[in-house]
Design a protein around this ligand. Structure first.
Ligand SMILES: [Zn+2]
Length: 300
């Protein structure tokens, strides 16, 4: 009798856990430990990439977007009314609370502009920091990637979230958007993101910036926040500013006040259409991050 009760209890707990996962958590696969975590030559991505949980400290964005970390990270639930998080196995749906609040606010607005909901790509790791794959930035919990695909009107399975591809909205020659896909809803989506007062930059492929420069009518005051960059043809990247009062968070330079539709855009087209391979960038070590990132890494 007692045994049955325990079994029933275990089942109940298992059911409860499954339900909790469906509401909002990911289930990352643990990586094998590294041999000498204290070796100063170990790339910081090997250390931050092995932390499945946030640092239990007050929320703080520490350092710079491309060299920093995140204390007190908060997870964006994997399902909202108007968003779904993709690629759950990466465990990158973490951010500073300001970023999570922004995303919830943004997602709530999009149905009214003809976009059914957001497909959310990478935010940050639980403790931010450099990542084992992809991204130079996304280190302080203030960056988010949003797919250029509208959210389907059903809840995607975990497998679909791993395997589905995002939509490329740039033409094959990289000189313009794909006219079969580009729509007023894409413009409204980018505009809604850029108009949020917390958002400092929205990064897109130069072909998308060119299309905005040509196609946006009426209020163009938000165009200066949309900046061209390599890639970003399957998703756009939203960067919010440093949280108020967090001196350890290094601000980025302000975007130029003009629309950015002239020489700046031309220069980016040259770079994208005639890429010259750079020297590459060696992986960051802990010494390249603010000292406080060691406490973030070790806190438990
Ligand atoms: Zn990004």
């Amino acid at each position: 009798m007692l045994r049955l009760t325990i079994q029933a209890l275990a089942l109940l707990i298992a059911a409860g856990t499954a339900a909790a996962q469906d509401r909002g958590t990911v289930d990352p696969k643990p990586l094998p430990p590294i041999e000498k975590p204290d070796d100063p030559n170990v790339p910081a991505k090997e250390l931050f990439g092995r932390k499945p949980k946030p640092a239990p400290l007050a929320a703080q964005a520490i350092g710079y977007y491309t060299a920093g970390c995140l204390a007190g990270g908060v997870a964006l639930p994997i399902n909202g009314k108007t968003w779904q998080v993709m690629r759950l196995s990466r465990n990158r749906n973490w951010g500073h609370p300001n970023l999570i609040q922004f995303l919830e606010r943004f997602a709530e607005k999009v149905p009214s502009i003809g976009w059914p909901g957001l497909m959310v790509g990478d935010l940050a790791q639980p403790r931010g920091g450099p990542m084992l794959t992809g991204h130079w930035s996304h280190q302080v919990g203030l960056d988010a990637d949003i797919w250029f695909s509208p959210m389907p009107d059903r809840e995607l399975t975990r497998q679909e979230r791993e395997e589905m591809s995002a939509t490329n909205i740039v033409a094959d020659n990289w000189k313009d958007v794909n006219p079969k896909i580009w729509s007023p809803a894409h413009i409204a989506l980018l505009k809604t993101a850029a108009q949020d007062t917390e958002v400092e930059r929205v990064l897109v492929n130069p072909a998308i910036k060119k299309a905005l420069c040509r196609d946006v009518t009426g209020d163009r005051s938000w165009l200066h926040k949309v900046r061209p960059v390599y890639g970003h043809n399957y998703h756009f990247h939203i960067r919010i500013g440093c949280p108020a009062g967090q001196d350890g968070c290094k601000k980025q330079p302000e975007t130029p006040a003009d629309e950015g539709c002239g020489a700046d855009l031309e220069a980016w087209f040259k770079k994208v259409l005639n890429p010259t391979p750079g020297p590459g960038r060696p992986p960051l070590k802990m010494s390249a991050l603010p000292a406080a990132c060691r406490q973030v890494l070790l806190a438990d």
